[in-house]
Design a protein around this ligand. Structure first.
Ligand SMILES: Nc1nc2c(ncn2[C@@H]2O[C@H](COP(=O)(O)OP(=O)(O)OP(=O)(O)O)[C@@H](O)[C@H]2O)c(=O)[nH]1
Ligand SMILES: [Mg+2]
Length: 344
């Protein structure tokens, strides 16, 4: 089985926590979680990511904000044990590129074209802003502006439309509520806050309720840094939560979408096999059968290759199904919205 290549893109405002999430996610997945591992194709990139994470864990130093036109690109390999499942193409850029004009920097067009080839798009909602809306739902319009919901939605709609024109399937979406420590309120736990967010998502981020998309909702946290952490945090507050899940979801969605195509391929091979067997049976009947030996041998070869394709297809489908079941265990209890309906 060849390893699929996934392109993932995060959409989120400046300071919404994209880079910190990436560092924490890489730390967890490069150590390994429940048998899943990630490493960078270029080992030097792994060293850079680890150095930046070590700086946070040892000195409390947060990563600096990304600046225009110095986006960083990473290629990750995502394994289950020693089996590579997928390679991942990732871009870490400044959140400002989300709604800037094209002439403000090359990263703006880069982001737009990249979205069209993204298999999965992460919509990043800063937990601090989400908490303000939970405290006072009448502030919805202000929070939409702060989270740049309009810009995110337009980018998603544009990407989906252009992918459709190229015959590509819809990307999966994940709503990442970063800084989940800030969701907690005087009379609500993080879990209760999340339930409220999911209930209010049709108002907060209507695009995820659109027909034809599947969205995973996931709170993530790197640490309990409070609301106004600046460059340096107390290292004892580092407490990563949920950072591996969005990637697991993207892969699971990609594999589930691929199952349909595998099944169609299998059905074609099965039909081809039975048609060839029928031709062989017809050729092998009656007196003239003795003169058709060479044709029958040729057709036997065709039937055998169909047979091999069937066996390989069945194996691929079985292993994908097993993997999807395993991956789904990692996401248990997290809300998924499919075609505008909430599934838990
Ligand atoms: N409370 C809390 N704050 C966080 C957490 N993760 C990140 N932050 C804060 O958010 C700030 C911005 O995080 P970044 O990861 O740099 O944000 P970004 O989205 O990459 O920003 P740009 O590069 O400017 O687009 C950090 O400096 C921290 O102060 C978290 O888990 N909890
Ligand atoms: Mg950043």
């Amino acid at each position: 089985m060849t390893t699929p290549d996934l392109t993932l893109t995060m959409l989120g405002t400046t300071s919404s926590g994209k880079t910190t999430f990436l560092l924490g996610m890489y730390d967890i997945l490069s150590t390994g979680v429940h048998g899943y591992f990630t490493f960078t194709e270029d080992p030097d990139q792994g060293v850079d990511l680890r150095d930046a994470w070590d700086l946070l864990v040892d000195e409390g130093e947060l990563p600096p904000p990304n600046v225009a036109d110095s986006s960083k690109y990473y290629r990750f390999v995502f394994n289950h044990g020693f089996t590579p499942l997928v390679t991942i193409d990732w871009m870490d850029y400044r959140g400002g590129a989300l709604d800037d004009r094209k002439d403000s920097g090359a990263d703006v067009s880069e982001l737009r074209t990249r979205l069209e080839r993204s298999d999965s798009i992460y919509l990043v909602l800063d937990g601090g802003s989400v908490a303000v809306w939970l405290d006072d739902p009448s502030k919805l319009a202000v929070i939409h502006k702060r989270l740049k919901v309009q810009a995110m939605s337009s980018q998603v709609l544009q990407a989906v439309t252009n992918r459709k024109k190229s015959g590509l399937p819809n990307p999966s979406l994940a709503v990442l509520i970063t800084k989940a420590d800030l969701l907690r309120g005087p009379d609500r736990s993080v879990g209760q806050a999340l339930a409220k967010v999911v209930e209010g998502l049709p108002q907060l981020l209507p695009v995820v309720w659109a027909e034809g998309v599947t969205t995973f909702v996931c709170p993530v946290k790197v640490g309990d840094f409070g609301a106004n952490s600046t460059g340096v945090v107390d290292v004892s507050t580092i407490d990563p939560v949920g950072l591996h899940r969005p990637l697991i979801f993207s892969l699971m969605h990609y594999l589930s979408e691929g199952l349909g195509a595998h099944e169609a391929q299998l059905a074609r091979a099965t039909a081809g096999h039975s048609e060839t067997e029928q031709q062989i049976a017809t050729l092998s009947q009656g007196f003239r059968a003795y003169f058709r030996g060479r044709q029958v041998i040729q057709l036997r070869g065709v039937a055998d290759s169909y047979w091999q394709a069937i066996a390989a297809g069945q194996r691929d489908i079985r292993s994908d199904q097993d993997l999807i079941t395993q991956l789904s265990q990692e996401l248990a209890g997290h809300p998924i919205i499919r075609d505008g309906k909430l599934e838990l």
